[in-house]
Design a protein around this ligand. Structure first.
Ligand SMILES: NC(=O)c1ccc[n+]([C@@H]2O[C@H](COP(=O)([O-])OP(=O)(O)OC[C@H]3O[C@@H](n4cnc5c(N)ncnc54)[C@H](OP(=O)(O)O)[C@@H]3O)[C@@H](O)[C@H]2O)c1
Length: 288
């Protein structure tokens, strides 16, 4: 599996398995499936409420910890230096590990400067091998990157063939920050799986549309974390090493970029309000 070098020298797999919206009780089973298929990088978050399932799967897998790469994210309800620090320790406990490979601020809301300071401390204490951001765009990203000592190693953003994040990739270059794609298959939005041009390319290579999209993104050096609950798709999404896209195919796919995200606009006040109330609404521990 190909790896990329982050701005602090840490190597990270280009391909990982994402577990958003996987129910806590099922998470262990799907992560075990992904590990069997060869994935070594898993993307979870405090607000997926399934870190324990990831921890169970990795501890039972028998795979040496240093061969695995775990990403988790600090949620808004844990924002601020002290709360974030406590939540990082809690994530370590749930993940059954003494370090997180990549620790991100999940959303650009709340006291994220305090959160980042807690993450810098965790990084220096060896509790995180790399730290970064998720859903920080434009000036918000630059402001944090300029002001903090440890430059973000990664920014995770909605990225797929219809939203290729060209502007953010340019901005991030200055800090050596790497793009990690969430929803790399666009969750099927914009009729991705019915796109005729992608289907033609896929047929030419004897592959499917998901494989073409993931190949395109990883060729661009973008880290991807596709999610599937179907074992055959978990396997096929990972099988990208036996074909190459031509220059013309890559150019054609670049032209699909609409230049804006489809799932989430982080300047939308309604999205901010929804995310600020998310933990109260969805945390299973709040509903007992
Ligand atoms: N930082 C953030 O704010 C943020 C936000 C969203 C997501 N994420 C992360 O990114 C990960 C991936 O994003 P995502 O889950 O939103 O979307 P995605 O990976 O783009 O798409 C997942 C969807 O595509 C389907 N699918 C997967 N492989 C397929 C294939 N080969 N052919 C056809 N359909 C396929 C899956 O259905 P089946 O299960 O039926 O296969 C699922 O409905 C998440 O799990 C999470 O870790 C982060």
């Amino acid at each position: 599996m190909k790896e990329v070098r982050l701005n602090n020298g840490v190597e990270m797999p280009l391909m990982g398995y994402g577990v958003w919206q996987i129910a806590p009780a099922e998470c262990e089973q799907y992560v075990s499936e992904a590990l069997k298929a060869g994935y070594r990088s898993i993307d979870t978050a405090q607000a997926y409420y399934n870190e324990e399932g990831v921890g169970e799967a990795i501890s039972k897998s028998g795979i040496p910890r240093q061969e695995l790469f775990l990403t988790t994210k600090v949620w808004i309800s844990n924002a601020g230096e002290e709360k974030a620090a406590r939540s990082i320790d809690e994530s370590l406990r749930k993940l059954k590990t003494d370090y997180i490979d990549l620790l991100l601020i999940h959303q650009p809301f709340g006291d994220y400067y305090g959160t980042y300071r807690a993450m810098e401390k965790a990084y220096k204490a060896g509790k995180a091998r790399a730290i970064g951001l998720s859903n920080f765009y434009d000036a918000r990203f630059v402001d944090l990157a300029e002001n903090m000592e440890v430059k973000p190693a990664v920014v995770q953003l909605e990225t797929h063939v219809f939203s290729q994040q060209v502007k953010m990739r340019e901005l991030m270059k200055e800090y050596g920050t790497r793009l990690m794609a969430w929803s790399p298959l666009a969750r099927g939005m914009n009729n991705l799986f019915g796109n005729e041009m992608l289907k033609e390319i896929a047929d030419r290579h004897g592959k499917d549309i998901a494989q073409i999209c993931l190949k395109f993104l990883t060729d661009e050096g973008i880290i991807v974390i596709p999610q599937s609950t179907k074992p055959e798709r978990i396997r096929s999404n990972f099988a990208l090493d036996d074909f190459e896209l031509t220059d013309d195919e890559q150019k054609a796919i670049r032209r699909l970029d609409a230049g804006h995200p489809f799932a989430a606009d982080f300047n939308d006040p309604a999205l901010a309000k929804y995310l600020l109330g998310y933990d109260k609404q969805f945390n299973p521990n709040n509903q007992k």
